[in-house]
Write a protein that binds this ligand. Structure first.
Ligand code: SF4
Ligand code: SF4
Length: 290
């Protein structure tokens, strides 16, 4: 089972939910491996809440074209086929903007003189840790200065697929927003939990996230964090559009204090533990009735 936890807006409690839910599931389902994957590779922070022992660390690369001027006939085909404006052509020079390149191979494949061989370029790291007997944590971390998160997200997911068998429960802590990194993180998951807060800003970005999930044909439900602040427009919107609210995490000062100390919340507040159990039960039920 692969569950992605996402939000249209950053700072709504995505990591809080991911880390607490993963830890709780590892205590409830001792016969399964629980794998928490931090796919917010531009600013991963799930690790701040976990006591971990590192098992493995890898440097990750992506391939980008490297111009070899020897046989170049300056035909301009490479610049023409690049959809990402990553190639500039001057009279005697072909210049690649590595940061803009999406590693699609088009220029390399279509160059008539094989003047653009693809070469590996370091983009970040991937770390696997163990938290408890059946609880694993995988973190992708983009190097400072790297602009494209998608290739590292994709390689991190592939690492998880290769290392954990089907009966694991995998939770993806996804990047915020609705752009390419989110699409890459969420695609091919069985279920998406969209977390939001009950404010006009929260509702605005939730609507964008819902439209994205609907376009991707993903099954999803909504969790309201900081329930009690703002207004009831999120609930009204979900009810009008037949979107299930999976659970509500209350707005409590104690939660903020525990978060600021890097502590797990459900260990200290039973109301949160009960909500997390409910969120998972509702998720399972929606999956069973899809
Ligand atoms: S497609 Fe190949 S030959 Fe043509 S300009 Fe680009 S690098 Fe040179
Ligand atoms: S590999 Fe694709 S994205 Fe990168 S420079 Fe070539 S055509 Fe552009």
């Amino acid at each position: 089972m692969k569950i992605a936890i996402a939000s249209g807006k950053g700072g709504t409690g995505k990591t809080t939910l991911s880390v607490n839910l993963a830890s709780l599931l590892s205590e409830l389902y001792t016969d399964k491996n629980i794998v928490l994957v931090d796919l917010d590779v531009e600013e991963p922070n799930s690790a701040l809440f976990l006591q971990q022992s590192i098992l493995k660390e890898e440097i990750k690369y992506r391939n980008i074209p490297k111009w070899d001027e020897t046989n170049c006939i300056h035909c301009g085909k490479c610049k023409e086929v690049c959809n990402f404006n990553a190639i500039a052509q001057l009279p005697k020079l072909v210049f690649i903007f590595n940061e803009l390149c999406h590693s699609c191979y088009a220029c390399s494949e279509l160059c008539p003189t094989q003047s653009l061989p693809m070469k590996p370029m370091r983009m970040g790291t991937l770390q696997m840790s163990v938290i408890s007997e059946n609880f694993y944590f995988i973190e992708g971390k983009l190097d400072i200065g790297q602009e494209s998160a998608v290739p590292l997200i994709s390689q991190t997911k592939k690492f998880v697929k290769d290392n954990f068998p089907d009966k694991s429960i995998i939770l993806y802590d996804s990047p915020p927003g609705t752009s390419c990194p989110v699409i890459e993180a969420v695609k091919d998951s069985d279920f998406v939990i969209l977390i939001t807060e009950p404010t006009p800003f929260g509702l605005h970005d939730l609507k964008l996230a819902i439209a994205t999930m609907q376009a991707m044909k993903q099954i999803f439900g909504v969790v309201i964090n900081r329930a009690g602040i703002g207004n009831n427009e999120v609930e009204k919107y979900c009810s009008e559009n037949k979107i299930q609210i999976l659970g509500k995490i209350p707005n409590m000062r104690e939660i903020a204090e525990l978060y600021s100390k890097g502590k797990l919340i459900y260990h200290e507040i039973s109301q949160v533990e009960n909500e997390l159990i409910q969120i998972f039960e509702n998720t399972k039920s929606l999956l069973e009735h899809r």
